[in-house]
Design a protein around this ligand. Structure first.
Ligand code: 26W
Length: 814
């Protein structure tokens, strides 16, 4: 890699860009737009990445025995590619100079990139971080998924409400992928099973699907930082098979055939925008099976290419299931091995279990996937038979252990109590050799709650791998000024070994270092302030505390707790209680699932409260509120470096891990948080004194609920809270409309599923304490430095090394 950089001069880079300006954009400099230049630069950089791919493919051919990690994920939120690639090649300055010399504004050019939003949130971004870390740590890896034509909707705000707009990310073309139609695979749906007897007298099941669809691999090559290693993201696009055309000509039903063609191509049309909410939609099951089948067939193709028999499958591949979305892989791999390759059931089962690992990402019951059996029978009849067979053998094997405990057997069953649904988490547990949660607390809770019966049955299968984030994108790229300062003090080693940030501790008390650290934060805040003004028209003061909560909007994440505290603070300021208050800008961003009414109402609430507070001249020099629209990887990278305070305030026990918490802390924000998800470990790492803790812990949440939680009692005993509820109910923040926020207020007063009211007082007091610390600039900065210095654990490189050691049994090459 070094060679690539050292041998390339600015002149050569310019030449490469100008060549692509003509050959891919058909443009000459005199009339080329900034976007034309972006496309040209992207293609030039993509050429370099493809050369690296060549090296990797050669390595694979010569290392046939090496295990390959295959990540199965319905979502990848990879973010913009150009800036990250330049970081990986250490070519940012070189290309900046070349582009500038061509008379183009480099930052505007970078900004032309539309990101592929092929994921909802945490789970999709984690998948992208892991593919990145596999490249950098030298773990040969392919990420398999779906190339949605429309990714997560883009969010606009109209009169305070979220409005969803189609995400046309392919509008300008996408220079980072290569379609490989010659590697297309076929996937079936529907039909029935035919049983016959083979030459040796064995029964053979042959699935006769009613419908077939082609999966075209679209490859994105993901570069490593500082080496020639790459990972491959292989996303499948659905296309009609040629059979449609035959039908059309043979039967004269041309329009019917074209219509079928359109229908089959719908499979990869759009990403489902729900997270943490299962919806039993047929097309979604089709998507899941479509990419899983393509992926497993692709692996079998690779095996054949390497001259290895199917019996080597588990030795060659470690397949990781990113939640249950790809868990149909258990049945599909069995079908391919047993029905197509005639491997005896027991042997196939051994291979399947040794191959698969399952990662759980949520404890919320409404997120757990349970597919109606009727749907399965219709779409995947053969798989349903296989699942029944797996279930029968499994239950037969455990019955002797729990003979008298029929409840236990029922809970372990892959089929629900009513015999109506397939429990995909159970299928994933039975079909894998390893099961893991994504933070210490989450893994412990999994074992105590949703997967308890499986834990008791197979304790040795359970692991924890705490999530991580890539330091390349989320520090080196997002925060280039801070990176330069860190590099000046401790060198660049931290980019590949994040524990090295520890060396910053010796500068934490250095006044000059603190001054430079704070100056960089201020610059980042100015950059965000400019973007806020551009996107919302709201002007904010970069000298105020930037208090940031960015994540999907969900009741369990409690954006409304943030709003209640904000109103409490506003009321205090209105009463003239300004002593000890640190001027504050509250910044909230995140998308709501389009069908999640209360989440959308929370967005409206934030905007309504913002309208009142921002326009109140009594207080608006001290307190401002911004709902930043369309939170994405791209916007996130401007927000993270500008945050002073990171809000991680979910109800204890509900957030599996969180990864935004890591990105913000890595950029020097201090955390206000509950003991939930990875917050627990962040606090452990940065030190209790550098973390603002509040709120009930998981056991207290459970106990209070058990004993009968009465949310109203918290309002009755707290005049501050009473005042806020009255304001919300009397239209103070809704131009007199007393009905607007009633559903939210009612949910809080009557149920308060997520204990917002129970945690309000502790949260409010914690915020007041934070103001005290913030007003002491030196000590705040020192805490910020300690936070960054102690983030080593939260690199996705560390997480990948743990997966390699505990689950995949792969030795990283770097
Ligand atoms: C079937 C509908 C559905 C769709 C997506 C249910 C659940 C999901 C995901 C599992 C939701 C998700 O993204 N979970 C998040 O995963 C992150 C990565 O591990 C964690 O950091 C977050 O805490 C968790 O909410």
């Amino acid at each position: 890699m070094d060679q690539v950089r050292k041998t390339v001069t600015v002149e050569e880079v310019k030449e490469g860009i100008l060549k692509h300006l003509l050959t891919t954009q058909g443009q000459i400099p005199e009339i080329a737009s900034t976007n034309d230049y972006y496309q040209a630069v992207a293609h030039a950089v993509h050429d370099i990445i493809l050369l690296k791919l060549g090296e990797n493919l050669k390595w694979m051919v010569h290392n046939k025995g090496h295990r390959l990690m295959c990540y199965l994920s319905a979502e990848y939120l990879i973010g913009p590619q150009l800036g990250n690639s330049l970081i990986c090649f250490d070519a940012m300055d070189l290309v900046r100079q070349a582009v500038t010399e061509l008379g183009v504004d480099f930052d505007k050019m970078l900004d032309c990139e539309d990101e592929p939003g092929l994921g909802n949130g945490g789970l999709g971004r984690l998948a992208a971080c892991y593919i990145d870390s596999c490249a950098t740590t030298g773990v040969p890896a392919i990420g398999y998924g779906i190339r949605y034509e429309f990714g997560i909707f883009s969010q606009e705000i109209h009169e305070g409400w979220q409005v969803e707009k189609a995400d046309k990310w392919l509008r300008q073309g996408f220079p980072w992928e290569t379609a490989r139609p010659s590697l297309a695979l076929e996937v079936g749906f529907g039909g029935h099973t035919q049983f016959s007897t083979d030459a040796e007298g064995r029964t053979v099941a042959v699935w006769q699907p009613q419908e077939r669809v082609k999966g075209i691999p679209c490859d994105i090559v993901v570069p490593a930082y500082g080496s020639n290693s790459v990972s491959l993201l292989r996303l499948f696009k659905a296309e009609a098979t040629e059979a449609f055309h035959f039908d059309a000509f043979n039967f004269g039903n041309y329009y019917g055939a074209v219509n079928d063609k359109v229908l089959s191509e719908n499979i990869s049309k759009v990403l489902y925008p729900n997270d943490e909410q299962f919806e039993g939609k047929q097309l979604r099951l089709k998507q899941q099976y479509f990419f899983v089948s393509c992926a497993l067939q692709d692996m079998l193709r690779i095996l054949t290419l390497q001259g290895l028999g199917v019996e080597h499958f588990a030795k060659k591949f470690a397949v990781q299931l990113n939640d249950t979305h790809p868990s149909i892989a258990v049945a599909e791999l069995m079908r391919l091995l047993v029905d197509q390759h005639r491997i005896p059931w027991e042997e196939a089962w051994e291979i399947t279990r040794n191959t698969l690992g399952y990662t759980n990402h949520t404890l919320l019951p409404e997120a757990l996937e349970c597919w109606p059996i009727s749907l399965f029978a219709q779409l995947l009849p053969r798989h349903l038979e296989i699942i029944y067979e797996i279930n029968q053998r499994f239950l037969d094997s455990v019955r002797p252990l729990y003979s008298s405990d029929t409840g236990k057997i029922q809970r372990l069953s892959l089929v629900d109590d009513q015999g109506k649904k397939i429990r995909m988490a159970n299928l994933a547990c039975v079909g894998s050799h390893a099961i893991n949660g994504v933070a210490e607390l989450h893994s412990a809770l999994l074992q105590q709650t949703v997967l308890r019966d499986f834990y008791e049955l197979y304790p040795e299968k359970f692991f924890n791998v705490t999530n991580g984030v890539t330091p390349r994108r989320f520090l080196a790229l997002a925060n280039q000024e801070l990176t330069a300062l860190i590099n000046e003090k401790i060198g660049q080693g931290w980019i590949k070994d994040l524990y090295k940030l520890k060396e910053l501790e010796s500068f934490a008390k250095d006044a000059d270092f603190q001054r430079r650290w704070a100056a960089i934060k201020l610059n980042n805040k100015k950059r965000l302030a400019a973007l806020i003004a551009e996107r919302t028209g709201i002007s904010v003061d970069p000298n105020s505390m930037f208090d940031v909560q960015v994540k999907r909007i969900h009741e369990y994440k409690r954006q409304h707790l943030n709003v209640l505290q904000l109103i409490a603070q506003y009321n205090r300021l209105k009463r003239g209680e300004t002593a000890g208050f640190a001027p504050r800008t509250v910044i909230i961003a995140g998308k709501a699932a389009p069908g999640y009414y209360l989440a959308k109402l929370i967005i409206k609430l934030i905007n309504s409260v913002a309208e009142v507070i921002n326009n109140d001249t009594d207080t608006n020099s001290l307190l401002k509120v911004v709902f930043f629209p369309n939170y994405s990887v791209k916007n996130g990278n401007v927000i993270f470096p500008a945050a002073d305070l990171s809000e991680q305030i979910s109800t204890a026990g509900k957030e599996a891990s969180g990864t935004g918490n890591m990105k913000l802390s890595l950029n020097g924000a201090l955390t206000i948080g509950t003991l939930d998800g990875a917050n627990v470990e962040i606090r452990q790492e940065v030190g209790n004194e550098n973390f603002f803790l509040f709120g009930l812990i998981t056991e207290e949440v459970e106990r209070i609920k058990r004993e009968g939680y009465r949310p109203r009692s918290y309002v009755e005993s707290n005049p501050l809270l009473q005042e806020i509820i009255d304001q919300l109910s009397s239209g103070v923040f809704s131009r007199g409309d007393c009905e607007l926020f009633r559903p939210l207020v009612d949910a809080l007063l009557n149920r308060d599923e997520y204990m917002v009211l129970a945690d309000f007082d502790a949260y409010d007091k914690c915020h007041q304490q934070i103001d005290q610390v913030y007003l002491n600039k030196k000590s705040w900065t020192q805490m910020s430095i300690f936070n960054v210095a102690r983030m080593g654990k939260f690199s996705s490189d560390r997480a990948i090394r743990e997966y390699c050691r505990d689950i995949w049994k792969i030795t990283p090459q770097l």
